[in-house]
Design a protein around this ligand. Structure first.
Ligand code: GDP
Ligand code: ZN
Length: 421
């Protein structure tokens, strides 16, 4: 039996079909899923045999991917219903329902989903989602879940994302792991001292953030540990970022002395969803706590009791920081310390340095890599001091890394700041 790809299901049809699917007895649902899995895998084989250009899967992070399994299931169900095969039980239809909400907490098999204006619901992940949990569902996603009288609520689908914060899987660099979805801003936290400021680490994060579509903010923490000269020197070193249009804010968030000032950061985050990235010990958790002391996220002092000085949990969560001008939503992703260059191609890297983008149109060659080509507007701007040469050098370095394809493990070693114990 051939399954047609089009016309695609409209939202109303989808909702109806999803309700009908969830109303089916478990054995019928299993039968549909089995059949859909077979069809999808056959189609994938056929498509792989054809030219790669004609793959009609959706594009995700530069990779093409077949439709999600649930789409195949729904199409199958639609066909069966058309042929009158499906026997729906009226009772079951009434006992199951579809809802949409925001994923505010996630573990390997469970999600906490908050429908708009209602209390959060603990939901099981569908088998399909659970198997690809770290890519296909993340805190910040909008998800569709079912409630059934005869079991736990279940997340069946995730809606398309606006932005992501992702990184390569440490064990399998080809796989992209999404650590937060639909974030407006990503705060790159660096500290002035302990660990000392390494501006170059920032570039790597910037590229990953740009790739995922969110806006970067640089937060320089532990301002209390520097004198006026130290602060001025840091300002100076970070000026290339400011010149590139990236906000740089100074903060202090000392958990013990109570010396805190996060007002400049708060201004940038009002009404937004954000995630904090940066090396261990720079003060990410302390900053979140300074924004809202009721959060009580564990900070270094407490974590230090763990012999390995590490988070052991794999769950992530969204915290809500009240602000009269607009709630701030902070996504906490414990255990995530390193963001590699995901699956960015050397060609894409050109577009991830915001200060290069406008100029690039003036390069003589449209595919100019700004490396050795004649008539390169970016190189000219570097020579004229319009683009900071440190940023340009970083670009060349990252370009080289992407071309030679060094494994992230090696890169991590190189960029990790020296341990201080
Ligand atoms: P994280 O690993 O990035 O989440 O960092 P933590 O929030 O756990 O903080 C790491 C260490 O830095 C802790 O011992 C904090 O007490 C300390 N710390 C955090 N913020 C500040 C700050 O603004 N000033 C000073 N002096 N220490 C801070
Ligand atoms: Zn160029």
């Amino acid at each position: 039996m051939a399954v047609s790809y089009d016309p695609p299901l409209n939202p109303k049809q989808r909702r109806e079909l999803e309700a009908a699917l969830n109303a089916l007895p478990k054995k019928d649902r299993d039968r549909l899923f089995d059949a859909a899995r077979r069809q999808r895998s056959d189609a994938q084989k056929r498509r792989r045999a054809k030219s790669r250009e004609t793959i009609d899967g959706e594009r995700v992070g530069g990779k093409s991917r077949p439709d999600p399994l649930i789409d195949w299931v729904l199409r199958l169900l639609a066909e069966e219903r058309k042929r009158g095969h499906s026997e729906e039980s009226h009772h079951a239809t009434q006992s199951s329902d579809l809802h949409e909400g925001l994923v505010i907490g996630l573990t390997r098999r469970w999600a906490r989903v908050r429908p708009d204006g209602a209390e959060p619901v603990g939901c099981r992940l569908s088998a399909d989602l659970a198997s690809r949990q770290q890519s296909d569902i993340a805190v910040g996603d909008r998800a569709v879940f079912t409630t059934q009288t005869d079991g736990d609520p279940e997340v069946v689908r995730v809606l398309p994302r606006r932005t992501v914060l992702s990184r390569p899987d440490p064990r399998d660099p080809r796989t992209e792991r999404v650590v937060a979805a639909n974030i407006d801003a990503v705060v790159i936290v660096v500290s002035l001292v302990s660990p000392p400021l390494h501006p170059r680490l920032i570039d790597r994060y910037l590229v990953a953030i740009e790739h995922g579509g969110a806006v970067p903010i640089i937060a320089v923490n532990k301002a209390d540990l520097a004198d006026a000269d130290g602060l001025r020197a840091a300002e100076e070193r970070l000026s290339p970022y400011r010149d590139a249009g990236i906000p740089v804010v100074f903060c202090k968030a000392h958990p013990e002395t109570g010396e805190r000032d996060v007002s400049a950061l708060r201004e940038r985050l009002v009404g937004r969803t954000c995630a904090f990235v940066g090396h261990s010990g720079v003060g990410k958790s302390s900053l979140a706590n300074a924004l809202d002391p009721t959060l009580r996220l564990e900070t270094g002092a407490v974590r230090g009791q763990d012999l390995r000085g590490r988070h052991t949990t794999t769950s992530s969560a969204m915290h809500f920081v009240p602000d009269p001008r607009g709630e701030i939503r902070v996504i906490d992703t414990p255990g995530v310390r390193y963001f590699g260059l995901a699956d960015i191609t050397p060609d894409e890297l050109r577009w991830m340095f915001p200060e290069f983008v406008d100029l690039a149109w003036d390069c003589k060659f449209t595919d100019c890599t700004h490396e050795h080509e004649p008539g390169c507007a970016v190189k000219a701007a570097v020579a004229d001091g319009l683009i900071a040469s440190v940023r340009y050098e970083t670009y060349l370095r990252l370009l080289e890394e992407l071309r030679t394809g060094k494994p992230p493990g090696e890169i991590t070693e190189r960029i990790r700041p020296p341990r201080e114990d």
